[in-house]
Structures are given as C-alpha cells and as structure tokens.
Write a protein that binds this ligand. Structure first.
Ligand code: PAF
Length: 269
C-alpha cells in the first residue's frame, strides 16, 4: 500500500493503477469505514482511500481541533483490507490558499443537517469535488449513515457530469443497533448504554409502531436534545406527499455533548 501526501505524488502513483474505487474518509476508521472499503474492492480492481479532516465542513464551535486523529492505526487497517493507495494530504496541500471557490449545494442542503450545521454541505461538497478531481476514481463509495451527504454528493456528481459512479453502502451497526460513528468514542458509559434508543425509535417509526412526533417526544423524555426527527422522501429528501412510498426517517440528536445521526429507510404499502 502506497501512502501519498501531495497531489503530484498522488497523480504519479495513481497513473499506474487503472480503474479505481475510492473511499473518502476523515480517518479514525472503524468497521463502518472498512465495510465501505470492502464494497469498493468488489467494484474495482484497485482501491484508494483518503484520510483528511476537512476544516471546511466544521463550524467554528464544532470539534475540528479535537476530532480523533489515528493515522497509524488507520493506515494499518486500510493495508489489512488490501487498499492500494492512501491519499493523506496536509491542510496546506488541499487548501494552499483560502478556498474561495465553493460548491453551492441546492436548498435541501439548508434543511435537516444543514439547518443545524449551516454551510456543512458547502464544505463537504467542496472537498469531495476536490478529492474526486485529485483521485479520479471510476467509483466512489459513501455510507448511507450520512444519508443527506450521499444525496448531495449524488446530485453534485450528476449535475457537474463528473465521470464517477457513486455507490451507497449500508450502515454498519453495533449488535444493539447503534450506528458506528467516530463520534461514538465521545460517549460516556451511561450515554453508550442509552444511545441505541435512537435506532430503536427510528425502527418503531418505520414499523408503524410510533409516529415521528412520538419518537421525537420519546427521545426528549429520555434526556436527548433532538435537532430533528423527520420522515422524508428517499428520492429528494422533500417532505412526503400523498402517494409517496419510498421514505426515510432521519434524525440527529444530542446525548450529553455528543451529537448522533441515524436514519432508516421504509417502504409504504
Ligand atoms: O463522510 C465523511 O467522512 C466526510 O464528510 C467526507 C465525505 C470524507 C468529506 O470530508
């Protein structure tokens, strides 16, 4: 496995690799990321990953400085999964000057996550565009855990005619249902025990045992601070209209200082 730090090194290393599947990450890899890598390996002869904590997608009060950085362990895990190439640029490589050209995502980016993390998707879309330009993969794999991110990346790739296929990977969960996330490491033991409630309630909404409003209230009663818990259409993340069948219930809520997001798809009828 080759680890490259600069765009020049990347272009040279990439040239010999042919068709690539790519997994962009911010590091601190867990089994969820490795599932993305495994899916990537099924879809292309060679796999590249990136490790880059993207300041542009963090608000000033968010955890950019404290975001867990575990580079050596990440590289060992990627190597064990058979990754061919890791692009791990320093900030000065991807942002040698202030990034004044930004991707302007559509208005859906200001709802759900975007309502609580203004300009988050500007930062995500901008870095994903840059990474795709640098790595030039045939396929890029994104997790459904970040459902709105996947939707926005798909839209960007479609509207900018980027020559890459976006592949979605299912969310990987702990046995008790908690979606794997780098931020789970912030949870205290008591919070970790409480955290699976989020997925349980999303499943209750999916199965018709609970309404979205009821699930939101139940989280509040259990001590969570809920940003949103909403049913949306899978196709465009708009609020569902009569007759819509393919829906997704998405939520973000804080347990103590840790903000967790999750979603569950459902089909009506
Ligand atoms: O999902 C993530 O880890 C990040 O948002 C991504 C896609 C690597 C962009 O920084």
């Amino acid at each position: 496995m080759r680890v490259v730090r600069t765009i020049e090194e990347l272009r040279t290393a990439r040239a010999g690799l042919g068709a690539l599947a790519f997994v962009p990450t911010m590091g601190n890899l867990h089994a969820g990321h490795l599932a993305l890598v495994r899916l990537a390996r099924q879809r292309a002869p060679r796999v590249a990953a990136s490790i880059f904590v993207n300041r542009l997608q963090f608000a000033p009060h968010e955890d950019f400085e404290h975001y867990p950085r575990t580079f050596e362990a990440d590289c060992a895990a990627l190597e064990a999964e058979g990754v061919d190439l890791v692009f791990a640029p320093d900030e000065g490589v991807l942002y040698p000057e202030p990034q004044s050209f930004l991707v302007e995502p559509p208005p859906i980016a200001n709802q759900l996550e975007g309502q609580f993390r203004p300009r988050f998707f500007h930062g995500v879309a901008t870095v994903v565009l840059k990474l795709l330009n640098c790595v030039q993969p045939r396929i890029a794999v994104f997790g459904k855990k970040d459902y709105q991110q996947l939707h926005i990346v798909r839209g960007m790739v479609r509207q900018f005619d980027l020559p890459v296929e976006i592949v979605a990977a299912e969310t990987v969960r702990e046995p008790d249902g908690l979606a794997l996330s780098s931020r789970n490491s912030y949870l205290s033991a008591a919070e970790r025990a409480e955290a699976p409630r989020l997925h349980r309630l999303l499943c209750a909404v999916r199965d018709g045992r609970e309404t979205a409003t009821g699930a939101l209230a139940a989280l509040g009663a259990a001590g969570w601070t809920v940003d949103y818990l909403e049913l949306r259409r899978q196709s465009d993340l708009a609020p569902p209209q009569a007759g819509d069948r393919d829906l997704v219930v998405l939520a973000a809520a804080r347990l103590g200082a840790t903000r967790l997001i999750d979603n569950v798809e459902l089909q009506l009828g």
